[in-house]
Design a binder for this molecule. Structure first.
Ligand SMILES: Cc1cc2nc3c(=O)[nH]c(=O)nc-3n(C[C@H](O)[C@H](O)[C@H](O)COP(=O)(O)OP(=O)(O)OC[C@H]3O[C@@H](n4cnc5c(N)ncnc54)[C@H](O)[C@@H]3O)c2cc1C
Length: 419
C-alpha cells in the first residue's frame, strides 16, 4: 500500500473526487517471526525511535509492538505542552535539541501535528523565585534557547485576566519562553507512525510483550500475546508501564508509576494566548485550537496503574486555577482523564543500555515526556543503532542513582510528587 503524499494540490483533487482516493495512514501487518530491532511500546517515543532508526540510521527490519492501539497511552493523554526551559546542563541541551526538532517536525513528516509556538510563561510570586527564574533564563540563553524575564507590567499587557490585585500569592513577574507552545498530541503519534510505516517499519497493534528471551546473557527475542518474535536488539519505550515490563527482564528500576490527570472545559472564544504556569502551586493551562481550556496539576500521589484519577486532586487543581485566574470558575468542565506516568527518583529520564546485552531502556519521563518525544526518539535510535549515547542524552544513564550523579532539576530529592 502506498502512503499518500499530502499537499494542497492533493486536497483539491480529492475534494473533486469525493475524497475516495485517501488510503489509511499505515498498514496493519501481521508480526514476522524475526526482526533486526523490536521496539516495545507504540507511544510517541517508541514510534519516533522507529522512525529515526529507519530514516537517519538506515536500519531495516524494525517492528514496533504495541499492546493496545497506537497512541492509546500518554502520548494521547497529555496536556500538549512543549518547551525547553530547563536549568541543569544534563537537561537543557537535550530539551533544546527537542525544540529544534519540533520546529521542523511537520515539514520532516509531511504531517500537520499542529505545532504552535505560542509561548509559555512561568509566573513569579516572590523575590527568591525571580532570582531562580533569572538564573534559569540565563542557562537557557547559554544553551541557545530563548528566554525573557517579564515584569508585572509586561504581564498585565499580555495576560490581563490574571488575579493581580487580590491574590493569596501576588504575581511579581514571569519567565517567558516565546518559542515554547503546544502540539496536537495524537497528531504527533500519527505523524511518526505514518512516517515510520512509509519507511518499512511494521507497526503491530494488539501485541503485548509478555516476556524476554535471552541466550548467554544476550537478548534474542520477545514473547508476545501473538507468539514469540526473534530480535537482534530490543528497545523498551513503555512509559507508565516501565516498571512492569522491565521486571519481565529481571530488572528493578528507580521509577514509580503514578496517575496524572488532565482537564478540558467547554469551548470558549480565544482568551489565553499561550501556556501559563502558576509559580505558587502546581497548575498549568493553555487553550486548545477548538477553544477548550486544557489544564492540569499534580500527580495523584500514590502508586497506581489505573488510567483514571481521584477527586481530592481534582479539587486541588481547580483551587489553583481559581487562585490564579478566578474567571475560570465560570467555565464548565467537559472532560477529564488520567494517564500513568513513570516518575523517576530525580525527575529526569533514562535512555541507556541495560545489564542484558542488546536490551535498551527509555523511560522515567515523569509528566514531561511529550515535549521530549522527537529528541528522545532520535537519541534512543542513536543508542540502539551505534551502541553509544547521543551527545544530548549522555547524562541519562541508568547507574547515575548508584553513583549519586542525579539530575534533580527541582532540587526536591527522591519525592516524585515534588518534581
Ligand atoms: C495527564 C498527562 C498530562 C501530561 N502533560 C504533559 C505535557 O503537557 N507536556 C509534556 O511534555 N509531557 C506531558 N505528559 C507526559 C507525557 O505524556 C509522557 O511522558 C509521554 O507521552 C511518555 O512517552 P510515550 O508517548 O512513549 O508514552 P505512551 O504513549 O504511554 O506509550 C507507551 C506505550 O507502551 C505500551 N505498552 C505498555 N506495556 C506494553 C507491553 N507489555 N507490550 C507492548 N506495549 C506496551 C502502552 O500501551 C503505550 O501505548 C503528560 C502525561 C499525562 C498522563
Amino acid at each position: 500500500m502506498r502512503v499518500s503524499k499530502f499537499s494542497g494540490f492533493r486536497l483539491v483533487r480529492e475534494a473533486l473526487r469525493g475524497h475516495r482516493g485517501w488510503t489509511p495512514l499505515w498498514r496493519n501487518p501481521e508480526p514476522q517471526p524475526t526482526y533486526d530491532i523490536v521496539i516495545v511500546g507504540g507511544g510517541g517515543h517508541g514510534l519516533a525511535t522507529a522512525y529515526y532508526l529507519a530514516k537517519v540510521f538506515g536500519q531495516t527490519r524494525i517492528a514496533v509492538l504495541e499492546k493496545g492501539w497506537l497512541g492509546s497511552g500518554n502520548v494521547g493523554r497529555n496536556t500538549t505542552i512543549i518547551r525547553s526551559n530547563y536549568l541543569l546542563p544534563g537537561n537543557q541541551p537535550f530539551y533544546e535539541f527537542s525544540m529544534k526538532l519540533w520546529e521542523n517536525l511537520e515539514q520532516d513528516l509531511n504531517f500537520n501535528a499542529m505545532v504552535s509556538q505560542r509561548g509559555i510563561i512561568n509566573l513569579i510570586h516572590s523575590d527568591a523565585q525571580r532570582d531562580a527564574y533569572r538564573r534559569r533564563g540565563n542557562a537557557m540563553l547559554l544553551s541557545g534557547a530563548d528566554a525573557r524575564l517579564l515584569s508585572r507590567e509586561d504581564l498585565r499587557d499580555l495576560v490581563p485576566f490574571l488575579n493581580y490585585d487580590d491574590a493569596r500569592f501576588p504575581i511579581r513577574g514571569g519567565l517567558m519562553q516565546p518559542r515554547a507552545g503546544t502540539a496536537r498530541h495524537d497528531g504527533v503519534a500519527w505523524g511518526y507512525a505514518r512516517g515510520a510505516d512509509a519507511l518499512g517499519v511494521d507497526l503491530v497493534q494488539n501485541c503485548e510483550v509478555t516476556g524476554f528471551r535471552t541466550r548467554d546473557g544476550r537478548i534474542c527475542g520477545v514473547e508476545t500475546s501473538r507468539g514469540p518474535i526473534d530480535a537482534g536488539k530490543v528497545g523498551i519505550a513503555v512509559a507508565g508501564s516501565s516498571g512492569r515490563v522491565m521486571a519481565l527482564a529481571g530488572l528493578r528500576l528507580p521509577i514509580e508509576s503514578h496517575v496524572l490527570q488532565a482537564f478540558v472545559t467547554e469551548g470558549l472564544k480565544p482568551v489565553i494566548p499561550g501556556v501559563l504556569t502558576f509559580g505558587a502551586g502546581h497548575f498549568y493551562i493553555s487553550q486548545s485550537d477548538k477553544g477548550g481550556l486544557v489544564f492540569g496539576g499534580d500527580i495523584d500521589g500514590y502508586n497506581s496503574y489505573a488510567q483514571r484519577g481521584n477527586l481530592p486532586v481534582v479539587e486541588d487543581v481547580v483551587e489553583s486555577g481559581m487562585a490564579l485566574m478566578p474567571m475560570i470558575g465560570r467555565a464548565r468542565l467537559l472532560r477529564s482523564w488520567g494517564g500513568v506516568v513513570d516518575m523517576s527518583m530525580d525527575g529526569s529520564p533514562i535512555i541507556d543500555r541495560t545489564p542484558v546485552d542488546g536490551l535498551y531502556f527509555n523511560g522515567g519521563w515523569c509528566y514531561g515526556g511529550f515535549k521530549a518525544t522527537p529528541a528522545s526518539g532520535y537519541a534512543f535510535a542513536h543508542l540502539i543503532a551505534t551502541g553509544r549515547p547521543h551527545a544530548s542524552a549522555a547524562a541519562y544513564r541508568l547507574d547515575r542513582f548508584a553513583r549519586g550523579h542525579v539530575i534533580d532539576e527541582r532540587g526536591a530529592g527522591a519525592q516524585p510528587n515534588l518534581h
